[in-house]
Every structure is written in C-alpha cells, then in structure tokens.
Design a protein around this ligand. Structure first.
Ligand code: NAD
Ligand code: UD1
Length: 333
C-alpha cells in the first residue's frame, strides 16, 4: 500500500515527500523531470532517511501510468504534477491545457480502473481571480485570468464531477497561497529556470549578485505602502498541510477545498525589508510599472483548514527569508 506522489521531485512535491516518509508513509514518486532533476530522489532519501520507488513517467503516457498502478498497490494520490508558469501559459496555452488537463484525466481514469478513489490536488489561490474582499474564504466566487489558472479551476471541476458520478471518492482541493522558503537543511529548495518571475526567487538572485536590482511592480496600489500584498507561506508548512489532507481523505468521502495560507498579508516592500533584516544583505530595488494581470491584495482566511484539518502554518517570515537564502547561496551557480 502506498501513496502515489505525482510531481514528487518538484519544489513542493519534494518537501512533501520528505514529510510523508518521515511520518512512516510508503510513497511512490512519479515525475517526468520536465521541471526537476533526478538527483532530487537522493536528496529526499537523505533528508528523510527512508527509501522509495521512483518512476520517470509522463502523465500523458497513459500505459506507463497504468504500469505504475499495476506494479504498486496505490491507495491515495497527491497530485502535484503540472506546468505552473503564468506568463508561459499565455504564450503556450495548448501545451498547458494538454499537460495539466489531459495529464489529470489520464491519472484519474487509471485511478478509477484500479479502484483508487482518494486524491489530494494542488490547486491555487489563483482560482479566486481578483477577490472583492479579503481575507479570502473557500466559498468565494471562482474565476481565472490566464490559461494556467483555468487549468486549476477546470481540474477542480473535473474532480468534483468525478465525485458526483461516484460518491465513494474523496477529493481534497488544496488552494495554495504563495509558497516560499526551503528545507531547513539548505539542501533543497526552489530552483527556477532562467530569470525568476516570482518575488522571493528574484530577491534571492539580487542578493546573490546574479541580478542587479529588484523591480517593484507598482507602488500605487491601495495597500499600506502602495505595493502588492500577498500571503507568503513556508513550503514546509505547506508540505505538512498535505499530511493532514491525506488524513482527511482517509476519513471522509466528498469534495472539500481548503486554503493553505498563513492569513497574514505582506507587501513587496515588507518582504524586501524582512529579507534584508533576516540575512543582513541590502536589496537594491526600483519602482516600476504595475505588472499586467497583478491584483492589489490576496491573503487567505485559513480557518477552515485549522478547524477541519487541524493544520496551521507555524513558520514566520523571518524563517522563510532565512531558509530561502540558505538554499540559494549554497546552490546558485
Ligand atoms: P514544480 O514545477 O517544481 O513541480 C511540478 C513537477 O511536476 C515537476 O517536477 C515537473 O517535472 C512535474 N511534471 C509536470 N508535468 C508533468 C507530467 N505531465 N507528467 C509527470 N510529471 C510532470 O512546481 P511546484 O512549485 O512544486 O508546484 C507543484 C504544484 O503546485 C503544481 O501543480 C503547481 O501548479 C501548484 N501550485 C504551485 C504554486 C507555487 O507557487 N509554486 C502555487 C499554487 C499552486
Ligand atoms: C504568482 C502567480 C499565481 C500563483 C502564485 C503562487 C503570476 C502573475 N501569478 O502569484 O498564479 O498562484 O504565484 O505563488 O505569476 N513582484 C515584484 N517584482 C518581481 C516579482 C513580483 O514587485 O520581480 C510583486 C508582484 O507584483 C506581487 C508580489 O510581488 O505583488 C508577488 O508576486 P509573485 O511572487 O510573482 O506571486 P503572485 O503574483 O502573487
């Protein structure tokens, strides 16, 4: 009996795999390595002290997904695998829809055929679009503004329909806010390809001298200092949320969505200051135009996850900044 972790060598999947193994769960990891490296398997084994089976398999290759289920008794699936860059999804919508939607349809069909009916899915706060108020609750209206976000919302709907057709399914939709940080060892973390799009990796590149300065995208938002506000969450806290989600999926049938965030919003300049203080490094920045598609404020109401999953984030912003930098300074080339 094992949990299948799709996308398990990626940023969030690797941290979650370590926590699952540390708890004594048996896992099987599947990844096509399109955005991660095989060496991650060794890091996961080292940091957890446990072994697991890895399959380099693409979810688009259905016979291979079937083989994974034939060779292992899979009881639950945590589904991280997918493409995740918002900008790229606007340039390559067909690739994004195909990879994320077809990949999920293949997975869910193979699960169904093998009587495996418990899934935890990596969704995103992006499904709330531009919320009218904050903090955001799970029952807020859903909408999307880019193909990446649309794949997340479509997959949420597909999984909901799967449950409606067969009430034995357990579907847990985890809507992540902004994951940052890295494993406390400094051995694994986020390793974006090329120039980072997201704030924390970008700040790390500036700190490492790889980029000259941070462009702060707008200081005329309706926020305490005019810069955009987000709910940043430590990746290990996020990983631990998946363990609680698996516990829930084992207990109930149905479809439940949970916000995984801290409930606190920080502005871009708050993050710059916190990074500088935590790591004693000056971050040069310039104010530039707003980034198209950005919203002013986004942070979670995480009460439902606390009450129903018994989960809440415990790592603070200082720890997120320290762990991010510890990983980057050790690993940036
Ligand atoms: P990641 O790119 O580091 O990990 C995703 C993994 O999936 C990669 O290792 C990649 O090789 C693999 N993959 C992609 N397509 C595949 C396919 N067809 N078959 C097999 N493997 C495939 O991304 P991450 O940051 O760890 O995100 C994990 C999940 O969480 C994604 O679904 C992402 O959309 C979602 N999410 C991420 C964030 C974030 O900010 N990182 C926020 C909200 C939601
Ligand atoms: C991004 C994704 C979103 C995804 C989320 C998860 C985009 C448009 N959205 O959200 O779909 O769910 O990550 O982590 O990519 N900023 C700067 N300068 C930079 C980079 C960012 O000022 O160089 C600002 C942004 O304007 C924003 C904040 O920093 O206010 C956070 O940006 P980012 O890390 O890219 O995350 P989101 O845009 O919230």
């Amino acid at each position: 009996m094992a949990i299948l972790v799709t996308g398990g060598t990626g940023y969030i999947g690797s941290h979650t795999s370590i926590e699952l193994l540390k708890r004594g769960e048996r896992i099987v990891v599947l990844d096509n390595l399109s955005n991660s490296k095989i060496e991650m398997c060794d890091s996961i084994k080292k940091l957890s002290g446990k072994d697991f089976k890895f399959y380099q398999v693409d979810l688009l290759d259905k016979p291979e997904v079937e083989r994974v289920f034939k060779e292992n008794k899979i009881e639950e699936v945590i589904h991280f695998a997918g493409l995740k860059a918002v900008g790229e999804s606007c340039e390559k919508p067909i690739e994004y829809y195909h990879n994320n939607i077809t990949g999920t349809l293949n997975l869910v069909d193979v699960m169904r055929k093998n009587g495996c009916k418990k899934i935890v899915f990596s969704s995103s706060a992006t499904v709330y679009g531009d919320p009218k108020t904050v903090p955001i609750k799970e029952d807020f209206p859903l909408s999307t503004t880019n193909p990446y976000g649309s794949t997340k919302l479509m997959i949420e709907r597909i999984l909901t329909d799967v449950y409606k057709s067969d009430n034995e399914w357990s579907v847990i939709l985890l809507r992540y806010f902004n994951p940052i940080g890295a494993h406390e060892s400094g051995e694994i973390g986020e390793n974006p390809n090329g120039i980072p799009n997201n704030l924390m990796p970008y700040i790390n590149y500036v700190a490492a001298g790889k980029l000259d300065h941070l462009n702060v995208f707008g200081n005329d938002y309706d926020t305490h200092d005019g810069t955009g506000v987000r709910d940043y969450i430590h990746v290990v806290d996020l990983a631990l949320g998946h363990l609680k989600a698996i516990d829930k999926a084992r207990k109930i049938t149905g479809v439940e969505a949970y916000n995984l965030g801290t409930g606190t919003g920080y502005s871009v300049l708050d993050i710059v200051k916190a990074f500088e203080k935590a790591n004693d490094i000056k971050i040069k920045y310039e104010i530039t135009n707003r980034r198209p598609g950005d919203i002013a404020v986004c942070f979670a109401d995480p009460t439902k996850a606390k009450e129903e999953l018994g989960w809440e984030a415990t790592r603070d912003l200082e720890q997120m900044c320290k762990d991010s930098w510890k990983y980057t300074k050790n690993n940036i080339k």
